[in-house]
Write a protein that binds this ligand. Structure first.
Ligand code: SF4
Ligand code: SF4
Length: 94
């Protein structure tokens, strides 16, 4: 895949690639507890299902089902930023 042009990046053309990253929760009290998990080192994170995506992703639409209550890490993730481009361009991602 060709590197994405940051100016043309939109989540509309992405299969929620960033929602396969580990999402650490820090004072994210509004996130449903049932969607969270604990790591071996004691951190609370968004639960990821066997397919690798965060459990909050709607598998039909690939949209976040808790968008208004999403964790701060997700709010801070910059569309078109370096990490976004890295995920979009990673082998196997769409
Ligand atoms: S990786 Fe970037 S373009 Fe894809 S869903 Fe996340 S923020 Fe949007
Ligand atoms: S909480 Fe929503 S935005 Fe954050 S990783 Fe999960 S599905 Fe993506």
């Amino acid at each position: 895949m060709q590197p994405s042009d940051p100016d043309n990046v939109t989540c509309e053309t992405c299969k929620a690639n960033c929602c396969r990253l580990q999402v650490l929760l820090i004072d994210d009290n509004d996130v449903p507890e049932s969607m969270t998990d604990w790591t071996d080192w004691g951190g609370q994170v968004m639960y990821r299902r066997d397919d690798g995506w965060c459990t909050a992703v709607d598998r039909e639409t690939m949209r976040c089902t808790i968008y208004a209550r999403r964790p701060q890490v997700c709010r801070d993730f910059e569309m078109g930023g370096r990490e976004c481009l890295d995920e979009r361009n990673a082998p196997g991602n769409e």
